[in-house]
Design a protein around this ligand. Structure first.
Ligand code: ADP
Ligand code: MG
Length: 702
């Protein structure tokens, strides 16, 4: 019999309801205090929580537990231990102690540390993040209890993406509370960062995926000519979902619901074979964990349906890439969303001040934000026609823009634009109220009614970095504002003056036009807005004085931790491009060049036969095709040889930044030079000889 959703929702998580059932009232209360306000959990209480967690997990078939963490690779890692413990007579008992719950030790030397840890100091610790619920992972190999953890070095430096995120949440909460107290909201003790991450992805047929080394090794196609049809008919976007895909989506939803993940909407995206999943938002650290689980579950379920889920930002050139829309807001422990403008936004000084802090933060740290929303794959997407440009700008919408313009000009605002009725011209359809502003899909950072939406994030990325940056830079702006206003003797006037001054200083970052248009690049340059075209170029923002100052001030990351992150990013970039370049070289030499030679040989044979049978005046067309193939073959071979030589040169560069730059400036160009003739050949060579499935087969035949 089918079970009701309400019955199985969250059944794989050790959530509050389960805790209540499995813990004594006292232990539950103690744990709740730790979760809500970070109080220390006593060893006895930890012991009791561990025992309860173990009972709960074992009842559901678990044999192992793991500290689940998020190293700086951006994916998750885990080390499995079984619950078994020998009792001496050859039998075992199932054991899991408070110590094992709270702290794990893991040989950290195989994770990137960016020089934070010498190999002789390989100790790394994982520490339980009790604010994110433990969960069960079921697979063919059994059931594992997964405990979300933070990961740090022997000396306490963050080796993961979770630790700084948690630190940044504390920082922004502290500063936002200061500001709210100034507005008389003295009952607010805590402010949460809420995030909903919309996830885009592609699904393709697994058997075809397995025929392409580029997809297997780099997650994207490195060759491929455009099929006759792309996405120009807009018939996939929000289109009816194919049966095979909807079977995938239904199973995905159920699996995510069991994990307590609020998967809400599923629809087709713009490109053929592209789809999107949106959850209902949660606190940012939980959403970060959930988004990792969403990505992991997508891959797992896809395989069950004979599909492969591609999370790469740009799996196919020429059609849309995938991103992750990071919806961000601040919500108090009293339930107030600080990003909600209310009925008369021009009178809502608290909202206008806090939003002005966001504007200031984004303008001051645009390069850092761009950096945090970047990964090697996103370089193929940002700045391309369908994606937000690499220029960070803010879209506020007509109503807010007008109010801030009033503040900028007069130090106050006296009116708000009102919502209008929308008439459809059909009497039987009730009239509906329009939003005060239309959406602007081309903006990198858009205000969408009660939240900001950062649209630059890549689809494969962890959302931890962009949110760590957002939280920290906004915390800093709020901190300065609180410093200033705590000294004020005429609060209302001073708030208005501060809003007005902030907007005047930072309005250059506000932009309502078409972010995809070329004119915007020129205009942005005139305004002095940075445009870091590549991820590699943006990495240095981690080392800017202003970055270090702000991150150290709010105790999110130290200079050393920031420098190590820069180092790791250069390394990740260089390694990624190295893999892509090597994959291209191998595919060219072992697949495309031989296929072309085979075709040329057939053409040669055909020409000979025609010449013998009827004379050479009849083989001119074949000869022309042969010559064309031969020219592309020569170009491809030259680029191939150049690429191989450059891969060798790169291997000899030891400085990571220099190496990354060499890949970006030199190797990437040669990769393009190799792709071009081969994509040309794909359009000429007999398709029965072409060694890999084409774009058409990959994205239209799912
Ligand atoms: P829209 O249609 O304007 O994009 P949706 O309601 O579809 O808005 O929400 C998009 C995403 O934003 C969802 O993941 C949703 O949960 C999330 N979201 C909605 N409100 C908030 C909020 N206050 N803070 C953070 N995320 C939010
Ligand atoms: Mg959206």
């Amino acid at each position: 019999m089918e079970r009701e959703l309400t019955e199985y929702f969250g059944e794989y998580t050790f959530n509050e309801a389960t805790m209540k059932k499995y813990l004594s009232a006292e232990v539950y209360a103690a744990l709740k205090r730790t979760i809500d306000s970070g109080e220390d959990l006593s060893p006895e209480d930890a012991e009791a929580v561990a025992a309860a967690m173990k009972t709960w997990a074992i009842e559901r078939g678990a044999t192992h537990f793991t500290h689940w963490f998020q190293p700086m690779t951006g994916v998750t890692a885990e080390k499995h231990d079984s619950f078994i413990s020998p009792v001496g007579d050859g039998s075992i008992i199932m054991e899991f102690s408070g110590k094992e719950l709270i702290k794990g030790e893991s040989d950290a030397s195989s994770f990137p540390s960016g020089g934070l840890r010498a190999t002789f100091e390989a100790r790394g610790y994982t520490a339980w993040d009790c604010t994110s619920p433990a969960f069960l992972r079921k697979s063919d190999s059994g059931v594992t209890l997964c405990i979300p953890t933070a990961f740090c070095s022997y000396t306490g430096e963050a080796l993961d993406k979770k630790t700084p995120l948690l630190r940044s949440m504390e920082a922004i909460s502290k500063q936002a509370v200061r500001v709210l107290h100034l507005f008389g909201k003295n009952d607010v003790k805590h402010v949460d960062v809420c995030v909903g991450a919309e996830q885009e992805y592609f699904l393709i047929d697994r058997s075809k995926y397995l025929q392409r080394d580029d997809l297997i090794y780099s997650g994207r196609t490195l060759f491929g000519a455009m099929p006759p049809k792309g996405q120009e008919m807009d018939d996939h976007y929000f289109g009816a979902i194919k049966e095979r895909i909807s079977a995938f989506m239904s199973e995905l939803d159920v699996e995510l619901w069991k994990l307590g993940i609020l998967a809400k909407t599923e629809h087709n995206e713009a490109a053929p074979a592209q789809h999107e999943l949106a959850p209902i938002y949660s606190t940012v650290n939980i959403e970060t964990d959930h988004n990792q689980l969403v990505m992991e579950t997508m891959k797992k379920i896809a395989a069950r349906h004979g599909l492969t889920c591609l999370l790469h930002e740009k799996p196919f050139a020429g059609v849309n890439g995938s991103g992750k829309h990071n919806n961000w807001s601040l919500v108090t422990d009293t339930g107030e969303n600080l990003m909600k403008p209310g009925k008369n936004p021009h009178e809502n000084l608290q909202f206008l001040l806090i939003t002005a802090a966001v504007i200031r933060a984004v303008d001051e740290h645009a390069e850092l934000l761009r950096m945090a929303a970047s990964c090697p794959g996103n370089d193929q997407r940002l700045g391309a026609s369908e994606a937000p440009p690499a220029i960070v700008s803010i879209f506020l919408g007509a109503q807010l823009e007008d109010i801030y313009a009033q503040f900028a000009a007069n130090g106050r605002a006296i009116s708000s634009k009102k919502r209008e009725n929308l008439s459809m011209g059909v009497n039987s359809i009730p009239s509906i109220k329009k939003d005060v502003t239309d959406r602007n899909r081309t903006s990198t950072f858009a205000f969408t009614g009660n939240k900001f939406e950062l649209r630059m994030v890549g689809s494969s990325m962890s959302i931890a970095d962009p949110n760590t940056v957002l939280n920290t830079i906004v915390a800093d702006a709020l901190c300065d504002m609180a410093d200033e206003l705590e000294k004020s003797t005429d609060f209302e006037n001073d708030v208005c003056a501060l809003i007005s001054r902030t907007i005047n200083e930072h309005k250059r970052v506000v932009f309502a036009g078409d972010g995809y248009a070329n004119e915007w690049k020129t205009e942005a340059a005139k305004r002095g807005l940075p445009n870091k075209e590549s991820f590699v170029d943006a990495i240095e923002a981690l080392k800017f004085d202003n970055t270090v100052r702000v991150f150290e001030k709010h105790k999110v990351l130290s200079r050393t931790e920031l420098e190590s992150r820069a180092e790791i990013n250069y390394e990740i970039y260089a390694k990624t491009i190295n893999i892509e370049a090597r994959t291209m070289a191998e595919m060219a030499s072992r697949k495309f060049l031989p296929a072309t030679i085979r075709y040329i040989r057939r053409l040669g044979e055909a020409i000979n036969e025609v010449n013998q049978a009827v004379g050479s005046e009849y083989s001119a067309t074949e000869a022309e095709i042969l010559k064309e193939c031969s020219q592309h073959l020569a170009d491809a071979n030259a680029a191939y040889k150049k690429l191989v030589a450059e891969i060798g040169i790169a291997a000899g560069i030891s400085d990571t930044c220099e190496k990354a730059m060499y890949f970006r400036k030199t190797v990437v160009k040669t990769m393009e030079a190799l792709r071009k003739p081969i994509d040309q050949l794909e359009l000429i060579v007999d398709d029965r000889l072409w060694p890999v499935p084409t774009y058409g087969e990959l994205i239209f035949e799912v």
